[in-house]
Design a protein around this ligand. Structure first.
Ligand SMILES: [Zn+2]
Length: 268
């Protein structure tokens, strides 16, 4: 029997091509299916759809589901370490988030994607392109946690816990993936430039991005928060990871691998 990887044994900085291929596949399936739903919401509902509409459209487009009306699970098959795996994708509010459940091969059986990231009042407010973008950022973030566990819960008012959250290796990795997506959306075809990322963080007003790329680079703040964690190292780590992920997106490194590895092995 193989031991379940623990937080200490997982290499959060690794570049593991097999995991990259699997992650890329998971992201692609979730994005393709949900984008198809958003398109129909735009075309048929004038952007104003209820959550029920979202789930009934999604279940139509994604027939691999458990048929539940409340918190349905949608399934994705993928190959990892020579075995066919199945993961459940669940959509809901962050307040009722399901944590990943890790198996002995170090993969979570489920991933939870926030729906309130699109729109906090589905019945009253239209689905906007901005909301869909935040949703996509969340997909990039949460799928990363399938292999790299993050911080459980967060009390923003507790400084020690907040720094613990930011310096958590799984969160650093998940945010790097998320911000690489954001960066490439704003600077398509461009290599990573920290100055541009910092400007983008400030422009978007995203507190997480501002802390990781701007505030944590400030020597005064590094000294001030040293008792809670090494935010200098955190800043340097997220910069190098985000750069790597932006780079991968430019070269299509693992997209090519996805085709050759998964072709024929996964049924539709
Ligand atoms: Zn996270």
């Amino acid at each position: 029997m193989t031991e379940t990887p623990t937080f200490e044994t997982i290499d959060f900085l690794e570049e593991n091509s097999e995991k990259e291929v699997a992650l890329s596949h998971l992201r692609r399936v979730i994005i393709e299916k949900t984008q198809a739903v958003f398109k129909r919401i735009q075309g048929e509902f004038g952007n104003l759809a209820t959550r029920r509409d979202f789930f009934s459209l999604l279940s139509e487009i994604w027939p691999e589901n458990n048929g539940r009306r409340v918190k349905p699970e949608y399934y994705i098959n993928f190959e990892y370490a020579g075995k066919l795996k199945k993961i459940a994708v669940i959509f809901g509010d962050s307040s009722s988030a399901d944590k990943p459940i890790f198996e002995s091969d170090g993969i979570s059986k489920r991933v939870f994607i926030r729906l309130d990231s699109i729109n906090s009042h589905w019945e009253k407010r239209p689905v906007t392109p901005e909301g869909v973008n935040v949703f996509l950022e969340n997909v990039y973030h949460e799928v990363e946690h399938v292999f790299y566990p993050g911080h459980d819960s967060l009390d923003d008012s507790d400084l020690a816990e907040l720094i613990g959250y930011y310096t958590n290796p799984g969160e650093i990795r998940a945010y790097a993936r998320q911000f690489a997506h954001t960066y490439s959306l704003h600077y398509p075809g461009e290599i990573f430039d920290l100055k541009k990322m910092q400007a983008l963080a400030l422009e978007s007003g995203d507190g997480r991005a501002i802390n990781y790329f701007n505030s944590f680079a400030d020597p005064e703040k590094q000294a001030k928060y040293a008792e809670f964690g090494d935010i200098k190292k955190t800043h340097e780590t997220i910069v190098s990871l985000t750069e790597r992920f932006v780079d991968h997106g430019l070269t299509g490194k693992y997209r090519g691998a996805l085709k050759s590895t998964l072709a024929g092995s996964i049924g539709s």
